[in-house]
Design a protein around this ligand. Structure first.
Ligand code: HEM
Length: 232
């Protein structure tokens, strides 16, 4: 029964909330006075932003932001390749996941830890931080740590050969929870926490990941000057 909920119902709920929730948020400004109005410009509201704290603790945000964004890109690319490879039995793709996921995962874990630490120890950043900001970082640190456990602590990899066919069954509407019954508990906990996180994602500031930078092409240039340049 529990397996049916976690590995049949939850994936569909995740897809529904992640895609449906993000579109609803993008078009209706669900958290502002745009609520319920279908209005593309709703994306311009203050809540569709990273609420960057780059003004405070500048020295720490650079390495944190760079490592977590590049790490995440490697991890996402790795998962996609690993699951497709697992579904078709392509060992090279799963090996690609193994190494990009490991490199990206360590980079992501480093960046996330920095980002969380600076939100907890720099008073101005702590004052600016909302529950969202902390919850997102704590969840991502947990998900990444769980994901890295087997490759780093047990030097074992390859659950993708079970998860690939399971995910294919989900997309073909022939879900089979038994396909991953043999997967290690820590990997299944990783998947459950990650799916819960993806359900929550559309209601957080992480929607900024979906804002394709079309506006950048048309917006007026911003002149950046070094501090020394300003003093001359
Ligand atoms: C925020 C989302 C996620 C992050 C940050 C994340 C992170 C990671 C990391 C760092 C690894 C280790 C990769 C390696 O060492 O090569 C990993 C492995 C894994 N992840 Fe995720 N993950 C996420 C979402 C998911 C989701 C949604 C699923 C499936 C529903 C999933 C399933 C797996 C599996 C099965 C492995 C082990 C692969 C194997 O042994 O072949 N992950 N994840």
């Amino acid at each position: 029964m529990l397996d049916n909920f976690l590995f049949v119902a939850l994936p569909y709920i995740t897809l529904l909330l992640l895609i449906g929730g993000s579109f609803y948020r993008a078009f209706t400004g669900s958290k502002t006075q745009f609520r319920g109005h279908v209005e593309w410009s709703a994306r311009g509201d203050f809540l569709w932003t990273t609420r960057s704290t780059g003004f405070f603790g500048r020295a720490s945000i650079g390495p944190a932001a760079l490592s977590l964004h590049w790490g995440l890109l490697f991890v996402v690319a790795g998962h996609v390749a690993g699951f497709v490879g697992g579904a078709f039995g392509w060992t090279g793709w799963v090996e690609f996941f193994r190494w990009t996921g490991l490199f990206g995962g360590v980079l992501l874990f480093y960046g996330l830890s920095w980002a969380l630490l600076r939100r907890l120890v720099i008073p101005q950043v702590r004052a600016m931080s909302t529950f969202d900001d902390i919850a997102v970082l704590v969840l991502l640190v947990a998900i990444t740590g769980l994901g890295l456990y087997y490759p780093l602590a047990r030097f074992s990899f390859g659950v993708s050969y079970a998860v690939g066919p399971w995910l294919a069954g989900i997309f073909q509407f022939r879900p089979d929870p038994a396909a991953i019954a043999g997967a290690p508990l820590i990997v299944r906990v990783h998947m459950i926490v990650a799916m819960a996180f993806l359900c929550y994602l559309p209601f957080t500031k992480l929607v900024h990941a979906f804002s394709f930078p079309f506006g950048y092409a048309t917006r007026p240039p911003i002149s950046m000057r070094s501090y020394l340049g300003l003093k001359r």
